[in-house]
Design a protein around this ligand. Structure first.
Ligand code: RIB
Length: 306
């Protein structure tokens, strides 16, 4: 448990440069479409969550890897500017920093392909080397853009330090190992929940989905239901938190803002339903701006919406 009054979140995750093109629609397989403008925007599920945690007022340390290249340097500088502690971000020579190719369509929906690069060089030993960050943390955030053994090791280190672990299982694996369900809070979106359960179509019943995930071992479940809001399964009770209508510009990283806000509220010891309301507002706000990290909201913006 952290001693400072500012709660502390440790993020073990990916750092990507997003190469983003706008287009009227996402191209079908084999099709070429003419897009609009192009931008390079710092992203990566881990780094997005770290930035959001810092903007929402908590202390944040990030564990990850970049390549020895210009993208990597720019991304670490950006994290530092946002107040994220980057001491545990290591550089891997000879591998490119992670890159995500993103097309955002006219309705703000996206398609993403990640070239993991240095993210796939993050090892359990890197996690061990950052054990001081776990010792100082109230909550740990992990996603699945790192090698699975590293993620599972991070969950183990959380248990050793009595740090609440929130797993954002994105991108979801087809055959998840039971160890993934040992996170304290599992927070998938609908398609990720279906992948984890191997049950296409189940997610139309949010309560059944949450209960099926809990039956696999997750202590608590927070389902991200995009515009419909979120579903929380806590202490055996299921509750739907309605979505907040916003004008969607770009939904990229809305889930990251949501998960980061959930972590910050939990680090402040808020009950899960209340933490999910806060997360819901943060996720909605992230849809109103273009790009991943530029759209991560501040504590003031979330309070204003609430
Ligand atoms: O969740 C959005 C993120 O997914 C993007 O920033 C991209 O880098 C991919 O990791």
């Amino acid at each position: 448990m952290a001693l400072s009054d500012r709660p502390c979140v440790v993020v073990v995750g990916s750092i990507n440069m997003d190469l983003v093109a706008r287009s009227d629609r996402v191209p079908a397989p084999g099709e070429t479409v003419l897009g609009g403008d192009f931008q390079t925007i710092p992203g990566g599920k881990g780094a997005n969550q770290a930035v959001a945690v810092a903007r929402l007022g908590a202390r944040c340390s990030m564990i990850g890897r970049i390549g020895d290249d210009a993208f990597g340097k720019r991304m670490v500088a950006g994290l530092s500017e946002d107040g994220v502690n980057t001491d545990h971000i290591l550089t891997t020579p000879g591998i490119a920093s992670g890159v995500a190719l993103i097309v955002v369509d006219a309705s703000g929906q996206n398609a993403i392909c990640v070239a993991s690069g240095a993210n796939y060089a993050v090892t359990p030993a890197d996690v061990n080397a950052a054990e001081d960050a776990f010792a100082a943390a109230d909550v740990c955030l992990v996603q699945l853009e790192l090698p699975l053994p590293t993620v599972i090791h991070a969950l183990r280190v959380c248990r050793r330090h009595n740090v609440e672990a929130i797993l954002d299982p994105a991108p979801a694996p087809a055959n998840p190992t039971p160890d993934l369900f040992k996170a304290d809070i599992l927070s998938p979106n609908e398609s990720e929940a279906e992948m984890l359960l191997g049950s296409p179509g189940l997610s139309h019943d949010s309560e059944a989905t949450a209960r099926a995930l809990a039956a696999k071992g997750a202590r608590e479940v927070v389902l991200k239901l995009s515009g419909r809001g979120a579903g929380v399964l806590a202490d055996g009770k299921f509750e739907l938190i309605p979505g907040r209508p916003v004008d969607v510009v770009d939904s990229t990283a809305a889930g990251d803002a949501f998960t980061a806000a959930l972590a910050v509220a939990r680090a402040r010891h808020r009950p899960l339903v209340e933490a999910t309301r806060f997360a819901n507002a943060a996720g909605a706000l992230a849809c109103t701006k273009f790009g991943a990290q530029p759209s991560m909201p501040t504590a003031k913006e979330v309070s204003a919406l609430l």
